[in-house]
Design a protein around this ligand. Sequence first.
Ligand code: SF4
Length: 582
Amino acid sequence: MMAGSGKKGPTADSARGNSSGDADGQRVDRRQKAQDRRERLIAEHRAEAASHTFETSDEVVIDGNAFLKPTAATKEEEETASSASVVSVGEPSSSTLSGAQMPGWQLPQIGGEDWQENPDPVAESDPLEKARVRLAALEGKSALMARGGAGAGGFSRTLSARAEEEVRHDQCAQGRRVAVYDEHLHAEGHALPPFEVYVHMPYCYRRCGYCDFNTYVTQDFGEGASQRDYAATAVQEMRRLRLWQEMTGQPSRLASTVYFGGGTPTLLPTRDLAAMLREIQTLWGLAPGVEVTTEANPDTVSAASIRQLADAGFTRLSLGMQSAVPHVLKTLDRTHRQKNVELAVRWAKNAGLSTSVDLIYGTPGESMDDWRTSLEAAISLGTDHISCYALTLAPQTRMGRQVKSGEIAPPSDDDEAAKYRLADELLSAAGYRWYEISNWAKPGKEDRHNLGYWRGADWAGIGPGAHAHYGRLRTWDSRHPLVWTRQIRRQILPWAGSEWVDDTENVEETVMLGLRLREGLSLDRVAQTAGMPVGAATLERLQAEDLIERFDGPDGEPRIRPTLRGRLLNDAVISVVLDDLL
Ligand code: SF4
């Protein structure tokens, strides 16, 4: 619905021209119609907003201003809202017209609270506030409050075992468990997993028709929710999150990787990216040999900006190339030219950065020759790493709607399988080795940050919609930049929700993630996690059907990984293994 501003080219009548009297009358008519249309759109939005949250991946443009389009809320979004804490932020900046400021415009409903009417969260549901109260009761309020203002250097483990237990079993206002860290993980003899930091920058200069990421072309939603203020607000979230980790007794670990994703992080001035990285270093510390990646659109970097990134401590640049074929790029709404990708890679190499490009296959109208051209172009760049993703079209995206209406054909499974095989063949021949289903790298150049996700690392998620992982606890931030900013300015940890992964989900995660990797799934680990081994008959069947191969891991423990056929049918392999275990 309402997929645009209604701005169209001249009508046949206006193009033909009219007498001036008629023209004046028609201008008034047109203005009135435009006004009526605008009011109708706003009324429709208001009606929908009363019962829905905003689906952030879609926008409506009204007279040049992009607004979020309301669609059905997800279950998580309806449940939401936990929050809390300390640091204050600067004054709101001036703002441009935004949906939030439009008279009568409704804001997302979060946890049953209307944030326009009542922007204050339920303070007692805030995880940091809850930890604060517990500690105040258990260890003495004055000591706690003194620590609350401690700087980065003052962090140390403060919770007693009893307090940790209290927090672990605490419930948030919605009845969710807000336990903070699964001590059992290492109490059972496991080493602590690595710790990573992900920062989500939720702005792009235009929205690609296939994209359903949490990103916005509106640069300023008001109240400081803007691209310009993003870094300062993200820093405040980092500080509060670090304090929450401290107060809930989470073990202190240096960040082994940092990843700036989006959105388009390189739309920000380099000094903003550098400032956020400095804050991460101050709050968590960076491990020796840390990997620091930023995603980049080839149109938003220069030789100078890449050099500045390298000087600031960035070690890796991941470029959205998608295709080398102009008509495919056009279908994807990508504006860059292949020449810009080549320049960006060269600048990154000159600055000493590791390089990666993303490709997409299965775009409507892309032939096998087109895909071969893109693969060969990517290989010729000599990057360290290449990702190849099948095009998936969420129904709320522009291309998703075009597929639904029959305007374009949906991606075909057979076509995508053939293109995956071609990618694996050409990339392998060029010295890239697959290490995850969609990722190939030269030896030692794997994306360590994403490997951490698949291996079960812990990570902090900063920015609108960012997810985080602390042992068995999962949290996710409010998706809309305005809601997220408001929460932080209200001194709240800007979570939209959290959940505790139960034993069954833990088994599912272990199997699903392990079976994506070349390093494979440790059968001993599965047996320990599930409390039973994968049946011998199941393994033999999968092997006989050329879906898995069995091998020994570095310590001699038995492992399985998908064959090429198993990568193409990965969901089926995972289902068979899980059916055996659960
Ligand atoms: S540049 Fe990337 S994040 Fe931004 S709209 Fe396009 S695909 Fe989405």
